[in-house]
Ligand binder design. Structure first.
Ligand code: 1BN
Ligand code: ZN
Length: 342
């Protein structure tokens, strides 16, 4: 996508008059091209590639619907509205939905916050299961936004994207031909954190929902076992890049999972899955692995400044910077990987 920093300044140079006209024409052409690009981009965001058998356009509509609820920080009215929407959605599709409730501390006020993980189960009778995970809370503030770090954060990619993917994937779960059962876990409190300028540190703790879930799973094991856990975080960016995440590759019990998913993507020629490690991130999969002993991986974009998703933790993490095609590609890969499980 074109952004302001793709324009280069020519200030300080003297330019001949006819060169001015050429420059003016070039400028007009650039404006028209950018206009066409923006129009094309908006269409691209709304419609997925028809050759991909996963409905990215529908997933993208879910992403927009979630963002229209406004900020969905843990314990907020937006979070409560989202919970109602999601419980209705997955129950209508035939899933068994349960809530896991606990409390955490609001780092802004110090007050207790009611927290809820949602567990959505397909074929609950199956004893060997796969856990597909996304966080559904949004960060309290867009604290990496240079213009307005105390503004409004709707978390289209960082919050809604994984949830929207699972909302669409749920449609095919009742008919999944597999020995495995599938659970979707929507974790609260992944991002109940803000950047504290006074201390120059993050205030609050990341991943408190997955931590709670993993501790409970280890302390009071259910009558089934999770063979694999796959986390989806920030998978809808318009310029998607998905390098392998470093922890998943380093853990010997989890590397076969990472390889199987990235190999599936290579077979489907989904080139956004990049088969090399570029970094590691302490995300929900670390809790599931280290505390729950579940082999786990993170499908997460390269995020932050100087990367393919510079809108991370800014007000611009909105639907306009997300893409139906990105959702379609990730959904296709994961559906094919699920079908390949023996
Ligand atoms: C992912 C999305 N994360 C937060 N929002 C996890 C994370 C934690 C990323 C610390 C970078 C640093
Ligand atoms: Zn975040």
């Amino acid at each position: 996508m074109a952004s302001a920093n793709s324009f280069r300044s020519v200030a300080g140079k003297s330019v001949p008059a006819d060169h001015h006209r050429t420059a003016q024409n070039a400028f007009l052409a650039a404006v028209l091209a950018i206009g066409a690009g923006v129009a094309g981009y908006i269409v691209l965001a709304e419609t997925a590639s028809p050759s991909i058998p996963f409905d990215g356009a529908s997933a993208y509509r879910y992403l927009k619907q979630l963002c229209e609820l406004g900020p969905r920080m843990s314990g907020s009215p937006g979070m409560a509205a989202q919970q109602k929407l999601l419980v209705d959605h997955f129950e209508k599709l035939g899933a068994k939905v349960s809530r896991q409730e606990f409390r955490a501390r609001n780092p802004l006020t110090g007050e207790a916050v009611p927290m809820t993980n949602l567990l959505i189960q397909w074929h609950p009778d199956r004893k060997e299961r796969v856990l597909l995970v996304a966080h559904y809370d949004t960060r309290p503030l867009p604290d990496r936004d240079r213009r307005n770090p105390k503004g409004t954060f709707v978390g289209a990619n960082d919050g809604a994207s994984g949830v929207a993917l699972l909302m669409e994937l749920g449609k095919s779960m009742p008919n999944l031909q597999s020995g495995y059962g599938v659970d979707f876990l929507l974790v609260d409190g992944e991002d109940l954190v803000y950047w504290d300028n006074a201390t120059q540190r993050d205030a609050g703790n990341y991943c408190v929902g997955s931590e709670y879930f993993a501790r409970q799973y280890a302390a009071d094991p259910p009558p089934y076992k999770y063979r694999w856990a796959v986390l989806f975080d920030m998978i809808a960016g318009a310029n998607l890049r998905l390098p392998k995440e470093g922890h998943g590759v380093a853990w010997t019990d989890s590397k076969p999972l990472v390889d199987a998913i990235w190999d599936t993507a290579a077979r489907l020629k989904v080139r956004e899955f990049i088969p090399r490690v570029e970094g590691e991130v302490t995300d929900d999969h670390v809790m599931l692995h280290d505390l729950g002993q579940i082999p786990a991986c993170d499908i997460i974009c390269d995020f932050g400044r100087g990367t393919s998703y510079p809108q991370w933790h800014t007000q611009d993490d909105d639907p306009a910077h997300c893409s139906a095609t990105s959702l379609a590609k990730v959904g296709w890969v994961i559906e094919e990987w699920l079908k390949s499980l023996k």
